[in-house]
Ligand binder design. Structure first.
Ligand code: AMP
Ligand code: MG
Length: 478
Protein backbone atom coordinates (compact mmCIF):
# COMPACT_ATOMS: atom_id res chain seq x y z
CA UNK A 1 0.00 0.00 0.00
CA UNK A 2 1.06 3.59 -0.67
CA UNK A 3 1.10 6.27 2.00
CA UNK A 4 -1.53 8.26 0.08
CA UNK A 5 -3.91 5.28 0.36
CA UNK A 6 -3.58 4.96 4.13
CA UNK A 7 -6.95 5.28 5.90
CA UNK A 8 -6.99 5.78 9.64
CA UNK A 9 -9.39 5.24 12.56
CA UNK A 10 -9.84 7.33 15.71
CA UNK A 11 -11.55 4.97 18.16
CA UNK A 12 -10.33 6.92 21.18
CA UNK A 13 -12.63 9.78 20.15
CA UNK A 14 -15.62 7.56 20.97
CA UNK A 15 -14.77 8.15 24.63
CA UNK A 16 -16.05 11.22 26.48
CA UNK A 17 -14.48 14.57 25.56
CA UNK A 18 -12.66 14.74 28.88
CA UNK A 19 -10.29 12.06 27.57
CA UNK A 20 -8.77 14.17 24.80
CA UNK A 21 -8.41 17.52 23.11
CA UNK A 22 -8.90 17.85 19.37
CA UNK A 23 -5.94 19.85 18.09
CA UNK A 24 -4.12 20.22 14.80
CA UNK A 25 -0.34 19.84 14.48
CA UNK A 26 1.56 23.04 13.76
CA UNK A 27 4.17 22.81 11.00
CA UNK A 28 7.85 23.56 11.54
CA UNK A 29 9.80 26.02 9.38
CA UNK A 30 11.76 24.44 6.47
CA UNK A 31 11.19 20.80 7.36
CA UNK A 32 13.36 18.04 5.95
CA UNK A 33 12.99 14.31 6.22
CA UNK A 34 16.10 13.01 7.98
CA UNK A 35 15.37 9.31 8.22
CA UNK A 36 12.63 6.73 8.05
CA UNK A 37 12.39 3.14 9.18
CA UNK A 38 11.28 0.72 6.45
CA UNK A 39 10.50 -1.91 9.11
CA UNK A 40 8.15 0.49 10.90
CA UNK A 41 6.50 1.39 7.58
CA UNK A 42 5.71 -2.29 7.05
CA UNK A 43 3.81 -2.35 10.37
CA UNK A 44 1.28 0.06 8.90
CA UNK A 45 0.88 -2.14 5.84
CA UNK A 46 2.89 0.27 3.69
CA UNK A 47 5.22 -0.89 0.97
CA UNK A 48 8.58 0.40 2.25
CA UNK A 49 10.12 0.42 -1.22
CA UNK A 50 7.36 2.66 -2.61
CA UNK A 51 7.35 5.23 0.20
CA UNK A 52 6.88 8.76 -1.15
CA UNK A 53 9.42 10.81 0.82
CA UNK A 54 7.78 14.13 0.04
CA UNK A 55 4.42 12.91 1.25
CA UNK A 56 5.97 11.37 4.36
CA UNK A 57 7.68 14.66 5.22
CA UNK A 58 4.41 16.57 4.76
CA UNK A 59 2.60 14.06 6.98
CA UNK A 60 5.16 14.48 9.77
CA UNK A 61 5.00 18.25 9.47
CA UNK A 62 1.22 18.31 9.75
CA UNK A 63 0.83 19.72 6.23
CA UNK A 64 -1.20 16.75 5.07
CA UNK A 65 -3.33 14.08 6.75
CA UNK A 66 -4.36 10.52 6.10
CA UNK A 67 -7.93 9.92 5.06
CA UNK A 68 -10.15 9.79 8.14
CA UNK A 69 -7.72 11.67 10.38
CA UNK A 70 -9.15 13.75 13.27
CA UNK A 71 -6.08 14.76 15.33
CA UNK A 72 -6.18 14.85 19.12
CA UNK A 73 -4.00 14.97 22.24
CA UNK A 74 -4.69 12.63 25.17
CA UNK A 75 -5.37 13.60 28.76
CA UNK A 76 -3.64 11.88 31.68
CA UNK A 77 -2.15 12.50 35.10
CA UNK A 78 0.76 10.83 36.85
CA UNK A 79 3.19 10.53 39.72
CA UNK A 80 6.35 12.43 38.83
CA UNK A 81 9.29 11.57 41.08
CA UNK A 82 6.83 10.25 43.65
CA UNK A 83 4.49 13.24 43.65
CA UNK A 84 1.05 13.27 42.14
CA UNK A 85 0.37 15.76 39.36
CA UNK A 86 -3.39 15.86 38.69
CA UNK A 87 -3.16 16.83 35.04
CA UNK A 88 -0.39 16.21 32.55
CA UNK A 89 -1.50 14.94 29.15
CA UNK A 90 0.12 15.08 25.72
CA UNK A 91 1.74 18.50 25.90
CA UNK A 92 3.52 18.08 22.59
CA UNK A 93 2.28 14.82 21.08
CA UNK A 94 -0.66 14.74 18.68
CA UNK A 95 -2.37 11.55 17.51
CA UNK A 96 -3.12 11.52 13.81
CA UNK A 97 -4.99 8.23 13.55
CA UNK A 98 -4.67 4.47 13.84
CA UNK A 99 -3.74 2.18 10.97
CA UNK A 100 -3.36 -1.58 11.19
CA UNK A 101 -3.65 -1.36 15.00
CA UNK A 102 -0.81 1.17 15.33
CA UNK A 103 -1.59 4.62 16.72
CA UNK A 104 0.39 7.24 14.82
CA UNK A 105 1.54 10.13 16.95
CA UNK A 106 3.54 13.25 16.07
CA UNK A 107 5.85 14.23 18.92
CA UNK A 108 6.92 17.87 18.89
CA UNK A 109 3.99 19.02 16.72
CA UNK A 110 3.01 22.07 18.78
CA UNK A 111 1.02 23.08 21.81
CA UNK A 112 -2.12 21.41 23.08
CA UNK A 113 -4.46 22.05 26.00
CA UNK A 114 -2.02 20.00 28.09
CA UNK A 115 1.16 21.93 27.29
CA UNK A 116 1.22 23.81 30.61
CA UNK A 117 4.33 26.05 30.38
CA UNK A 118 5.83 24.07 27.47
CA UNK A 119 6.23 25.16 23.87
CA UNK A 120 4.86 21.92 22.43
CA UNK A 121 8.11 21.29 20.60
CA UNK A 122 10.89 18.70 20.70
CA UNK A 123 14.49 19.44 19.75
CA UNK A 124 16.48 17.51 17.17
CA UNK A 125 18.77 15.99 19.81
CA UNK A 126 15.98 14.33 21.79
CA UNK A 127 14.05 13.40 18.64
CA UNK A 128 17.03 11.52 17.16
CA UNK A 129 17.32 9.69 20.47
CA UNK A 130 13.66 8.71 20.58
CA UNK A 131 13.57 7.73 16.91
CA UNK A 132 16.61 5.48 17.10
CA UNK A 133 15.87 3.83 20.44
CA UNK A 134 12.31 3.00 19.43
CA UNK A 135 13.70 0.99 16.56
CA UNK A 136 16.66 -0.34 18.57
CA UNK A 137 14.62 -1.74 21.45
CA UNK A 138 12.48 -3.64 18.99
CA UNK A 139 15.64 -4.90 17.30
CA UNK A 140 16.73 -6.21 20.69
CA UNK A 141 13.38 -7.98 21.09
CA UNK A 142 12.16 -5.68 23.88
CA UNK A 143 8.56 -4.44 23.81
CA UNK A 144 8.49 -0.78 22.75
CA UNK A 145 6.70 1.93 20.85
CA UNK A 146 8.12 2.31 17.35
CA UNK A 147 9.12 5.18 15.09
CA UNK A 148 8.27 5.59 11.42
CA UNK A 149 10.28 8.70 10.58
CA UNK A 150 12.02 11.85 11.74
CA UNK A 151 12.05 15.38 10.35
CA UNK A 152 14.37 18.24 11.26
CA UNK A 153 13.76 21.94 10.59
CA UNK A 154 15.06 25.51 10.86
CA UNK A 155 12.60 26.33 13.63
CA UNK A 156 14.50 27.79 16.57
CA UNK A 157 13.68 26.29 19.94
CA UNK A 158 14.84 27.69 23.29
CA UNK A 159 16.32 25.20 25.70
CA UNK A 160 19.57 25.65 27.69
CA UNK A 161 20.80 26.91 24.33
CA UNK A 162 19.06 27.59 21.02
CA UNK A 163 18.34 24.35 19.19
CA UNK A 164 16.24 23.37 16.21
CA UNK A 165 12.83 21.73 16.27
CA UNK A 166 12.15 18.22 15.03
CA UNK A 167 9.20 15.83 14.89
CA UNK A 168 9.14 12.05 15.24
CA UNK A 169 6.21 10.08 13.94
CA UNK A 170 5.96 7.38 16.55
CA UNK A 171 3.72 4.32 16.61
CA UNK A 172 2.24 2.28 19.39
CA UNK A 173 -0.50 -0.32 19.80
CA UNK A 174 -1.60 1.87 22.75
CA UNK A 175 -0.59 5.24 24.16
CA UNK A 176 -2.58 4.76 27.36
CA UNK A 177 -0.51 5.15 30.51
CA UNK A 178 -0.88 4.20 34.18
CA UNK A 179 -1.46 7.93 34.64
CA UNK A 180 -4.51 7.81 32.34
CA UNK A 181 -6.31 5.73 35.01
CA UNK A 182 -4.97 7.90 37.81
CA UNK A 183 -6.51 10.98 36.22
CA UNK A 184 -10.08 9.69 36.49
CA UNK A 185 -9.58 7.95 39.83
CA UNK A 186 -8.30 11.05 41.60
CA UNK A 187 -11.14 13.11 40.13
CA UNK A 188 -13.52 10.41 41.47
CA UNK A 189 -14.98 9.97 37.98
CA UNK A 190 -15.51 6.25 38.30
CA UNK A 191 -17.84 5.80 35.33
CA UNK A 192 -15.14 7.25 33.08
CA UNK A 193 -12.55 5.11 34.83
CA UNK A 194 -14.62 2.07 33.92
CA UNK A 195 -15.07 3.30 30.34
CA UNK A 196 -11.27 3.60 30.09
CA UNK A 197 -10.80 0.07 31.44
CA UNK A 198 -13.29 -1.23 28.88
CA UNK A 199 -11.41 0.62 26.14
CA UNK A 200 -8.05 -0.80 27.25
CA UNK A 201 -9.46 -4.33 27.36
CA UNK A 202 -11.07 -4.02 23.93
CA UNK A 203 -7.89 -2.66 22.42
CA UNK A 204 -5.01 -4.31 24.27
CA UNK A 205 -6.51 -7.37 25.98
CA UNK A 206 -9.47 -8.42 23.77
CA UNK A 207 -9.23 -12.01 25.00
CA UNK A 208 -10.61 -10.76 28.36
CA UNK A 209 -13.67 -9.02 26.96
CA UNK A 210 -16.22 -11.67 27.95
CA UNK A 211 -14.69 -12.46 31.35
CA UNK A 212 -16.74 -11.42 34.35
CA UNK A 213 -13.51 -10.81 36.22
CA UNK A 214 -12.03 -8.77 33.38
CA UNK A 215 -10.80 -5.74 35.35
CA UNK A 216 -8.79 -7.90 37.71
CA UNK A 217 -7.49 -9.96 34.81
CA UNK A 218 -6.46 -6.76 33.03
CA UNK A 219 -4.53 -5.67 36.14
CA UNK A 220 -2.91 -9.11 36.19
CA UNK A 221 -1.83 -8.86 32.55
CA UNK A 222 -0.40 -5.38 33.08
CA UNK A 223 1.50 -6.68 36.12
CA UNK A 224 2.89 -9.63 34.17
CA UNK A 225 3.95 -7.50 31.23
CA UNK A 226 5.53 -4.85 33.44
CA UNK A 227 7.53 -7.50 35.34
CA UNK A 228 8.71 -8.98 32.04
CA UNK A 229 9.66 -5.55 30.75
CA UNK A 230 11.68 -4.75 33.87
CA UNK A 231 13.54 -8.05 33.43
CA UNK A 232 14.26 -7.11 29.81
CA UNK A 233 15.65 -3.72 30.82
CA UNK A 234 17.84 -5.13 33.59
CA UNK A 235 19.17 -7.95 31.43
CA UNK A 236 20.12 -5.70 28.53
CA UNK A 237 21.45 -2.97 30.83
CA UNK A 238 18.95 -0.23 29.97
CA UNK A 239 18.28 2.72 32.28
CA UNK A 240 15.04 4.52 31.33
CA UNK A 241 15.66 7.57 33.47
CA UNK A 242 12.13 8.94 33.95
CA UNK A 243 9.90 6.15 35.24
CA UNK A 244 7.05 8.44 36.22
CA UNK A 245 3.63 6.74 36.08
CA UNK A 246 2.71 8.88 33.06
CA UNK A 247 5.59 7.20 31.22
CA UNK A 248 4.38 3.66 32.02
CA UNK A 249 2.45 1.91 29.26
CA UNK A 250 -0.61 -0.17 30.13
CA UNK A 251 0.51 -2.49 27.33
CA UNK A 252 3.87 -3.16 29.02
CA UNK A 253 5.91 -1.32 26.38
CA UNK A 254 8.94 0.91 26.76
CA UNK A 255 7.63 4.41 25.95
CA UNK A 256 8.68 8.05 26.20
CA UNK A 257 12.40 7.94 25.60
CA UNK A 258 14.09 10.80 27.42
CA UNK A 259 17.50 10.87 29.11
CA UNK A 260 17.88 7.07 28.88
CA UNK A 261 21.16 5.16 28.67
CA UNK A 262 22.57 1.73 28.16
CA UNK A 263 25.15 0.87 30.78
CA UNK A 264 28.74 1.41 29.84
CA UNK A 265 30.51 -0.40 32.67
CA UNK A 266 28.22 -2.36 34.94
CA UNK A 267 27.05 -0.09 37.76
CA UNK A 268 23.94 -0.94 39.75
CA UNK A 269 23.79 2.66 41.07
CA UNK A 270 24.07 4.36 37.70
CA UNK A 271 21.64 7.27 37.19
CA UNK A 272 21.40 8.51 33.61
CA UNK A 273 19.07 11.41 34.38
CA UNK A 274 21.06 14.42 35.59
CA UNK A 275 17.97 15.94 37.28
CA UNK A 276 17.37 12.77 39.34
CA UNK A 277 19.62 13.87 42.19
CA UNK A 278 18.29 11.26 44.63
CA UNK A 279 18.75 8.40 42.22
CA UNK A 280 15.10 7.39 42.39
CA UNK A 281 15.30 6.03 38.85
CA UNK A 282 18.77 4.51 39.10
CA UNK A 283 19.48 1.37 37.11
CA UNK A 284 19.19 -0.92 40.12
CA UNK A 285 15.94 0.67 41.36
CA UNK A 286 13.99 0.08 38.17
CA UNK A 287 12.24 -3.17 39.17
CA UNK A 288 11.18 -1.67 42.53
CA UNK A 289 9.91 1.44 40.81
CA UNK A 290 8.05 -0.74 38.33
CA UNK A 291 6.32 -2.35 41.29
CA UNK A 292 5.67 0.99 43.00
CA UNK A 293 4.18 2.36 39.80
CA UNK A 294 1.94 -0.70 39.60
CA UNK A 295 0.83 0.02 43.16
CA UNK A 296 -0.29 3.49 41.99
CA UNK A 297 -2.20 1.86 39.15
CA UNK A 298 -3.84 -0.58 41.58
CA UNK A 299 -5.00 2.34 43.74
CA UNK A 300 -6.48 3.93 40.65
CA UNK A 301 -8.28 0.69 39.79
CA UNK A 302 -9.62 0.19 43.33
CA UNK A 303 -13.20 1.21 42.43
CA UNK A 304 -13.24 -1.66 39.92
CA UNK A 305 -11.32 -4.45 41.67
CA UNK A 306 -11.21 -5.72 45.25
CA UNK A 307 -8.21 -4.25 47.03
CA UNK A 308 -6.98 -7.55 48.59
CA UNK A 309 -6.79 -9.21 45.22
CA UNK A 310 -4.64 -6.43 43.87
CA UNK A 311 -2.38 -6.56 46.89
CA UNK A 312 -1.83 -10.24 46.17
CA UNK A 313 -1.00 -9.30 42.57
CA UNK A 314 1.57 -6.78 43.72
CA UNK A 315 3.10 -9.47 45.92
CA UNK A 316 3.36 -11.70 42.87
CA UNK A 317 5.24 -9.04 40.93
CA UNK A 318 8.37 -9.89 42.89
CA UNK A 319 8.54 -13.52 41.84
CA UNK A 320 7.36 -12.73 38.31
CA UNK A 321 10.25 -10.33 38.00
CA UNK A 322 12.95 -12.42 39.69
CA UNK A 323 12.03 -15.53 37.71
CA UNK A 324 12.03 -13.63 34.41
CA UNK A 325 15.33 -11.95 35.25
CA UNK A 326 16.96 -15.25 36.28
CA UNK A 327 15.82 -16.84 33.01
CA UNK A 328 17.16 -13.98 30.92
CA UNK A 329 20.49 -13.87 32.72
CA UNK A 330 20.78 -17.65 32.49
CA UNK A 331 20.38 -17.31 28.73
CA UNK A 332 23.01 -14.55 28.64
CA UNK A 333 25.39 -16.92 30.42
CA UNK A 334 24.56 -19.66 27.94
CA UNK A 335 22.91 -21.88 30.53
CA UNK A 336 20.03 -23.93 29.22
CA UNK A 337 19.18 -25.64 32.51
CA UNK A 338 18.21 -23.67 35.60
CA UNK A 339 20.13 -24.80 38.68
CA UNK A 340 19.93 -23.35 42.21
CA UNK A 341 23.61 -22.36 42.22
CA UNK A 342 23.15 -20.15 39.14
CA UNK A 343 22.01 -17.22 41.27
CA UNK A 344 25.33 -17.23 43.13
CA UNK A 345 27.24 -17.58 39.86
CA UNK A 346 25.45 -14.52 38.51
CA UNK A 347 25.76 -12.53 41.72
CA UNK A 348 29.50 -13.10 41.90
CA UNK A 349 29.89 -12.09 38.26
CA UNK A 350 27.95 -8.85 38.70
CA UNK A 351 29.91 -8.04 41.85
CA UNK A 352 33.11 -8.55 39.93
CA UNK A 353 31.89 -6.43 37.02
CA UNK A 354 30.87 -3.64 39.38
CA UNK A 355 34.21 -3.70 41.22
CA UNK A 356 36.27 -3.71 38.07
CA UNK A 357 34.04 -1.40 36.02
CA UNK A 358 33.62 -3.99 33.27
CA UNK A 359 31.75 -2.85 30.19
CA UNK A 360 28.47 -4.78 30.25
CA UNK A 361 27.57 -5.39 26.60
CA UNK A 362 31.07 -6.28 25.28
CA UNK A 363 31.62 -8.67 28.19
CA UNK A 364 28.58 -10.81 27.41
CA UNK A 365 29.35 -10.66 23.70
CA UNK A 366 32.88 -11.90 24.32
CA UNK A 367 31.59 -14.57 26.71
CA UNK A 368 29.41 -15.80 23.83
CA UNK A 369 32.57 -17.16 22.18
CA UNK A 370 34.26 -18.43 25.34
CA UNK A 371 35.87 -21.82 24.83
CA UNK A 372 38.06 -22.10 27.91
CA UNK A 373 40.59 -19.47 26.86
CA UNK A 374 40.18 -16.32 29.01
CA UNK A 375 42.39 -14.09 26.81
CA UNK A 376 39.60 -12.36 24.80
CA UNK A 377 37.85 -11.40 28.06
CA UNK A 378 40.89 -10.20 29.96
CA UNK A 379 41.12 -6.80 28.28
CA UNK A 380 37.80 -5.80 29.86
CA UNK A 381 39.13 -6.33 33.40
CA UNK A 382 41.54 -4.28 35.49
CA UNK A 383 42.74 -7.36 37.37
CA UNK A 384 42.17 -10.49 35.30
CA UNK A 385 42.99 -12.82 38.23
CA UNK A 386 39.50 -12.27 39.67
CA UNK A 387 38.09 -13.14 36.25
CA UNK A 388 40.08 -16.38 36.25
CA UNK A 389 38.60 -17.35 39.62
CA UNK A 390 35.07 -16.70 38.38
CA UNK A 391 35.74 -18.63 35.18
CA UNK A 392 36.70 -21.70 37.22
CA UNK A 393 33.18 -21.78 38.69
CA UNK A 394 31.70 -21.04 35.26
CA UNK A 395 33.70 -23.87 33.66
CA UNK A 396 32.43 -26.26 36.30
CA UNK A 397 28.86 -25.06 35.75
CA UNK A 398 29.13 -25.49 31.97
CA UNK A 399 29.90 -29.18 32.55
CA UNK A 400 26.30 -29.56 33.81
CA UNK A 401 25.03 -28.47 30.38
CA UNK A 402 24.27 -30.94 27.62
CA UNK A 403 24.53 -28.62 24.60
CA UNK A 404 27.66 -28.62 22.50
CA UNK A 405 29.95 -25.59 22.81
CA UNK A 406 29.05 -24.66 19.25
CA UNK A 407 25.30 -24.71 19.93
CA UNK A 408 25.77 -22.74 23.13
CA UNK A 409 27.82 -20.12 21.31
CA UNK A 410 25.17 -19.75 18.61
CA UNK A 411 22.43 -19.31 21.23
CA UNK A 412 24.50 -16.77 23.18
CA UNK A 413 25.36 -14.75 20.09
CA UNK A 414 21.63 -14.46 19.40
CA UNK A 415 20.99 -13.37 23.01
CA UNK A 416 23.90 -11.04 23.76
CA UNK A 417 23.84 -8.09 21.38
CA UNK A 418 27.03 -6.86 19.78
CA UNK A 419 25.61 -3.36 19.46
CA UNK A 420 23.54 -1.26 21.82
CA UNK A 421 23.16 2.46 21.12
CA UNK A 422 25.26 3.95 23.87
CA UNK A 423 25.02 7.67 24.56
CA UNK A 424 28.35 8.57 23.02
CA UNK A 425 27.35 6.86 19.76
CA UNK A 426 24.05 8.73 19.70
CA UNK A 427 25.83 11.99 20.47
CA UNK A 428 28.16 11.54 17.51
CA UNK A 429 25.19 11.07 15.18
CA UNK A 430 23.39 14.04 16.77
CA UNK A 431 26.42 16.35 16.44
CA UNK A 432 26.68 15.46 12.77
CA UNK A 433 22.95 15.86 12.18
CA UNK A 434 23.01 19.27 13.87
CA UNK A 435 25.82 20.23 11.50
CA UNK A 436 23.67 19.20 8.53
CA UNK A 437 24.78 15.61 7.91
CA UNK A 438 22.13 13.04 8.92
CA UNK A 439 24.08 10.01 7.66
CA UNK A 440 25.13 8.99 11.18
CA UNK A 441 21.45 8.41 12.00
CA UNK A 442 21.21 5.92 9.14
CA UNK A 443 24.29 4.04 10.36
CA UNK A 444 22.86 3.73 13.86
CA UNK A 445 19.47 2.69 12.47
CA UNK A 446 21.23 -0.20 10.75
CA UNK A 447 22.80 -1.29 14.06
CA UNK A 448 19.46 -0.73 15.81
CA UNK A 449 17.66 -3.11 13.49
CA UNK A 450 20.36 -5.80 13.57
CA UNK A 451 22.14 -5.58 16.94
CA UNK A 452 23.20 -9.24 16.93
CA UNK A 453 24.73 -9.08 13.47
CA UNK A 454 28.21 -8.18 12.31
CA UNK A 455 28.79 -4.68 10.94
CA UNK A 456 32.48 -4.47 10.03
CA UNK A 457 32.37 -0.69 9.44
CA UNK A 458 31.13 -0.19 13.02
CA UNK A 459 33.57 -2.43 14.85
CA UNK A 460 34.74 0.53 16.98
CA UNK A 461 31.26 0.72 18.55
CA UNK A 462 31.37 -2.90 19.69
CA UNK A 463 34.08 -2.55 22.32
CA UNK A 464 34.15 -0.92 25.74
CA UNK A 465 33.06 2.72 25.83
CA UNK A 466 36.10 5.04 25.60
CA UNK A 467 36.97 6.32 29.08
CA UNK A 468 36.09 9.96 28.36
CA UNK A 469 32.55 9.06 27.28
CA UNK A 470 31.66 6.76 30.16
CA UNK A 471 28.46 7.18 32.17
CA UNK A 472 27.45 10.52 30.76
CA UNK A 473 24.47 12.03 32.55
CA UNK A 474 21.80 13.68 30.42
CA UNK A 475 19.61 16.60 31.13
CA UNK A 476 15.85 16.08 31.10
CA UNK A 477 15.35 19.04 28.76
CA UNK A 478 14.18 17.82 25.41
P1 AMP B 1 8.09 13.59 29.80
O1 AMP B 1 8.71 13.42 31.15
O2 AMP B 1 9.00 14.05 28.73
O3 AMP B 1 7.34 12.36 29.40
O4 AMP B 1 7.02 14.80 29.92
C1 AMP B 1 6.20 15.02 31.04
C2 AMP B 1 5.04 15.92 30.68
O5 AMP B 1 5.49 17.19 30.21
C3 AMP B 1 4.14 15.39 29.57
O6 AMP B 1 2.82 15.75 29.89
C4 AMP B 1 4.64 16.11 28.35
O7 AMP B 1 3.65 16.20 27.36
C5 AMP B 1 5.00 17.48 28.92
N1 AMP B 1 6.03 18.17 28.13
C6 AMP B 1 7.35 17.89 28.08
N2 AMP B 1 8.00 18.75 27.27
C7 AMP B 1 7.07 19.60 26.78
C8 AMP B 1 7.10 20.72 25.89
N3 AMP B 1 8.24 21.14 25.34
N4 AMP B 1 5.94 21.34 25.62
C9 AMP B 1 4.79 20.94 26.18
N5 AMP B 1 4.68 19.90 27.02
C10 AMP B 1 5.81 19.24 27.34
MG1 MG C 1 5.99 11.35 29.03
Amino acid sequence: MKLTDLRVRNDYLNLDEEFYHRVKPRPLKNPRLLSHSPDAAALLGLDPSALDRGHLQALLNGETFCEGSDPYAMCYAGHQFGFYVPRLGDGRAINIGTANGWHMQLKGAGQTRYSRQGDGRAVLRSSVREYLLSEAMDGLGIPTSRALALIGSDEEIARERWETGAIVLRLSPSWIRFGSFEYFYHKRKYAKLEALADFVIAESYPELQDEEDRYFLMAEKITERTAALMADWQAVGFNHGVMNTDNMSIAGLTIDYGPYAFLDHYDIDYVCNHTDTEGRYSFGNQPYIGQWNLSRLMVALSPLVQQERMEALLERFRSLYTDAYARKMGAKLGLERELPEDRMLLRSLLKLMQEQAVDYTPFFRALSRYDGDPTPLEGLFLLPSALHTWLETYDARLKEETRSTQTRHAAMLATNPKYVLKNYMLQEAIDRAEAGDPSGIETLLRLARDPYGEHPDCERYAGATPQQFRSIQLSCSS
